[in-house]
Ligand binder design. Sequence first.
Ligand code: 5AD
Length: 351
Amino acid sequence: MFSLIDTLFETQELDNNQLKQLIELEDNSPQEEYLFKQADKKRKEIYGIDIYIRGLIEISNYCKNNCLYCGIRCSNLNVERYRLSREEILECAKYGYSLGFRTFVMQGGEDLHYSDDEVCKIVSQIKEQYPDCAVTLSLGEKDKSTYQAYFNAGADRYLLRHETAIEEHYKLLHPSAMKLSKRKQCLFDLKEIGFQVGSGFMVGSPFQTTDNIIADLRFLQELQPEMIGIGPFIPHKETPFKDKAQGDLHKTLRLVAILRLLFPYSLIPSTTALGSIAENGRELGLQVGANVVMPNLSPTDVRKLYNLYNNKAFIGKEAVEGLSDLKLQTQALGYRIVTERGDALTWEDKR
Ligand code: 5AD
């Protein structure tokens, strides 16, 4: 097992059977420890001890989709819906900039209220006011022409998780109106346009098998995203998956580590979901290969409404107000929060 991890470290390659062995390693085993150690070593080789920060602005919890796992699915009538105006979003960016953020992530449900033109206006205003910042969008599936307009307005990056790369599994997590082929098409469109692209999946989503996860890793190898976000599935009480089991902490950590070794140059966040299932989840993620954190920059009164899953952390370390604590904690672990834009490095950069 140790030599298998060494092979992955050296070559970024393993066959499916070997990946399976790593994904299914025993919690706290010496092999798992070694996997974590090597992932951290690889991260330091490429990105040093730096942790990039992104200011997350959750612009709307309206969503036209009805994903079975998600708390803001349209058929959940118990959500108090909100959306931020252009002015409010710019206000968030202003506050974030003063705190040192140089990437803003505008994330939202698929809310048809924002026209393409409106999104473009917001993006170009942020870019005009803060030319040294990157703007990341995470607004779901759109036509290629819309993505192109966003890009032309100055958006640098786009996050869209594929959620699961296997058709049958995708159908169990989504209503029939949603198609995995469409999701994949969106991701390749985004790549082609020139966005830095982020994708990813939930660990422990209902019906997920190890073979599903391997397919996810293979899909990511095909896509070659600059950013990869994963987090444990967490049930939400107002969804059909309310009684399903939560994703496993250790399995999620092993996958963060495996991702770091398979994709040495990728930007990998230690996600809010990870920080929500364990007190030190976010720190653990950073110690096994993750190099990005995305504190919440949304106005405080709406933070509790952007509830994709229950017990979502939105205060303390998960919020911008906790930035100084986060700095101290990560420092104690031997890392350093930096305020650079934090674009993905490539093999060429390192040569
Ligand atoms: N648990 C964990 N993650 C979730 N997401 C949505 N619902 C849940 C949940 N119940 C994730 C999805 C989505 C991202 C924004 O949040 O992967 O892409």
